[in-house]
Design a protein around this ligand. Structure first.
Ligand SMILES: Cc1cc2nc3c(=O)[nH]c(=O)nc-3n(C[C@H](O)[C@H](O)[C@H](O)COP(=O)(O)OP(=O)(O)OC[C@H]3O[C@@H](n4cnc5c(N)ncnc54)[C@H](O)[C@@H]3O)c2cc1C
Length: 442
């Protein structure tokens, strides 16, 4: 079924109602682009009520930053934009043909243009036990659960050091892509450089970070030089690499690998893959790789000219047929571009095909250690220069979102100059909620 094109409609006094689902990089960029457009009324809906800066999630998980440092209240972000309404609500379904969305409380919100920017979720590839016992790292709730679990495990093992024989201080990270590598690097610093100051007598029992991947290299999307550099940097930080082996099963207290080995562990972090957010499934929109919503070059969904899909939830086509990667810069640029196309529709000037300005790919392994392949020609950097490039690109992402920069600058300063420093409050076991791991955890 083909929806009515999003013309300014008379029933709403020439105002085009734009409903955006998801306030990640894509949704916020789209709303920002439309914020100065008086002929559009924007409703941006997010189940959390805030924008979360995902690239700094593992800093929350390892107590480098407090949750409020990367959580930006949506209403505050758009307080000065009278044509942007923010709503805290979960969208349970979308009707692309009307178009409209249904909220968890049963209410519906109708639109002239619907923008689906609901992001991604972990893909456990049907690994037995993974959904139940491994923790993904996609949201602030995930990151806080990991931090609480780490502190709880150290606290309990400090009280009863023999627990370490059961793997309570062995931490397994699944997936050696950028998320897994960054998490393993940050975790290694946390367990080897931070926690020994909190529980000095535990240095004798030792703690371990193990990174597992079915591939033969870490950071497989990067160059051979980057593989070597990243593997060396991780090992130097005490991360044990278990490559070319699959994870066969995850249980409450162990992981079984494809080669039959069992690793006793207190915490498994899943960075093993991602797929479209749940909302994409059952939406009636065409889905491709990873369940992501297929889009045309102008970012609308084939057959639904009044529906856009952006960022991680979308399969954004490239000339080579591979699709753009799930990156903050892709999400942000696609959001801004879709906003421009919605304005073009209002003006009747015609939509443009999305042109992505490639910033390259990068991963931070730890203090002064990062890899970056910059620009379309993939200019290779590592070490301090790559670390500086990482900071620059992420500062820009944050600034484009219109979010507060203070905490990011303070973190960068501390991270570089005061290694191992943590706020006592973030490590205090009396301040943590006992984490619930697995299915049904918030
Ligand atoms: C740990 C981690 C580290 C990363 N590091 C980097 C990095 O260093 N550099 C980089 O470029 N990229 C990085 N990325 C990728 C980048 O963060 C994503 O590509 C980007 O956030 C995607 O933006 P998005 O707007 O598409 O989705 P998201 O940022 O995921 O936002 C989606 C929003 O939709 C909301 N939502 C979902 N479903 C519903 C619903 N049914 N109802 C209401 N609201 C809903 C969610 O609450 C969320 O706020 C990282 C990702 C992770 C997980």
């Amino acid at each position: 079924m083909v929806a009515t094109p999003p013309a300014a409609d008379d029933g709403h006094r020439g105002i085009t109602r734009v409903v955006i689902v998801g306030a990640g990089f894509a949704g916020v960029a789209c709303a920002r682009r439309l914020a100065d457009e008086p002929r559009a009324h924007v409703t941006i809906i997010d189940s959390t009520g805030y924008h979360q800066f995902q690239p700094l999630l593992y800093q929350i998980a390892t107590a480098e930053l407090a949750p409020e440092d990367i959580r930006f209240d949506l209403a505050g972000m758009f307080a000065r934009n009278s044509n942007v309404e923010t709503r805290t609500a979960e969208v349970v379904s979308i009707d692309p043909s009307r178009p409209s969305v249904t909220l968890a409380d049963g209410g519906t919100v109708e639109a002239d243009v619907l923008v689906v920017a609901a992001g991604a979720q972990a893909n456990f590839f049907r690994t037995p036990g993974a959904e139940e016992f491994a923790v993904p790292l996609y949201s602030l709730a995930d990151a806080e659960r990991i931090r609480s679990r780490l502190i709880e495990l150290f606290r309990d093992t400090a009280a009863k050091p023999e627990l370490a024989d059961e793997g309570t201080l062995t931490f397994v990270v699944v997936g050696a892509g950028p998320t897994g590598v960054e998490t393993a690097g940050a975790l290694a610093e946390f367990v080897h450089d931070v926690m020994p100051h909190v529980h000095p007598h535990l240095t004798t029992v030792g703690s371990k970070v193990i990174l597992v991947d079915i591939g033969h290299t870490v950071l497989s999307a990067f160059s051979d030089e980057a593989h070597t550099y990243a593997a060396k940097s991780l090992r130097r930080r005490g991360v044990e690499l278990r490559l070319a082996v699959s994870v066969k099963e995850v249980a409450a207290d162990h992981v079984t690998l494809g080669d039959g080995t069992t690793i006793k562990t207190g915490l498994v972090i899943w960075g093993g893959g991602q797929m479209a957010a749940p909302l994409a499934f059952g939406s009636g929109l065409p889905q491709g790789r990873g369940g992501r919503i297929d889009v045309r070059p102008d970012l609308t969904v084939p057959g639904f000219p009044a529906v856009y899909a952006l960022g991680d939830v979308a399969n954004i086509p490239t000339g080579d047929g591979n699709g753009l990667p799930q990156l903050g810069s892709v999400a942000q640029q696609s959001g801004d571009w879709a906003g421009g196309n919605i304005i073009a529709d209002i003006e009747g000037t015609g939509r443009q095909s999305f042109e992505y300005k490639d910033k390259g790919i990068m991963a931070m392994i730890g203090r002064k250690a990062a890899v970056a392949e910059i620009g379309q020609r993939r200019h290779e950097l590592d070490g301090r220069l790559a670390f500086a490039a990482w900071l620059g690109v992420h500062a820009q992402l944050l600034a484009n979102t219109g979010a507060e920069m203070r905490a990011f600058i303070a973190w960068a300063d501390e991270f570089y100059l005061r290694p191992g420093h943590r706020s006592a409050e973030l490590l205090d076991p009396s301040k943590i909620d006992t984490p619930r791991i697995g299915k049904g955890a918030p």
